[in-house]
Design a protein around this ligand. Structure first.
Ligand code: ZN
Length: 171
């Protein structure tokens, strides 16, 4: 078990498109376990590998934050295959501390990916679950939730974050 440092906005890895996972080797399995521990410790309901400094397409999700181990999802090379409806709700991110903003996301998504056992997995997700999948998939494409806000709002938040980073408040 290891709790990894979570990168903050401004780090170049977070702005990059992550590479697909080709082999589910020991390293990937260990990364997934460490991401689950890190997500639970944060605490957060989702985490993407770039947030722990690994530019690979791997996410972990657990709406119960460790309450129910059966609810933990590890998904490799995830893709949204369907999206419908819209819900506007407050959202935050472990890489953008202390910022919460209203973001519009699909009300329902279908997601497919590969589990740690190498088998293809499919999920139908609604509401918060759909939101978390969309949020974590954004990270794999170098995007933050604030990228869905108006350019002005986004610029203000970014400026505030970079100032706090410079002061060493976010390390
Ligand atoms: Zn995030």
């Amino acid at each position: 078990m290891a709790i990894l440092p979570i990168l903050k906005i401004g780090h170049p890895i977070l702005a990059r498109r992550a590479e697909p996972v080709i082999n589910i080797d020991e390293e990937i399995v260990r990364l997934a376990r460490d991401m689950i521990d890190t997500m639970h410790a944060a605490p957060g309901v989702g985490l993407a590998a770039p947030q722990v400094n690994v530019s690979r397409r791997l996410i972990t999700v657990d709406l119960t934050i460790g309450e129910n181990p059966e609810e933990i999802i590890v998904l490799i090379n995830p893709e949204i295959t369907e999206a419908e409806g819209e819900i506007r709700e407050e959202e935050g991110c472990l890489s953008v501390p202390d910022v919460r903003e209203q973001v519009t996301r699909p009300a329902r998504v279908a997601v497919k990916g590969i589990g740690l056992d190498g088998n293809e997995e499919f999920f139908e997700a609604r509401d918060t679950m759909a939101r978390v999948f969309c949020h974590e998939l954004d990270h794999l494409n170098g995007l933050f939730f604030i990228d869905h806000l108006s350019p002005l709002k986004k610029a203000l938040i970014k400026k505030r974050m970079l100032k706090r980073l410079e002061k060493g408040e976010l390390s």
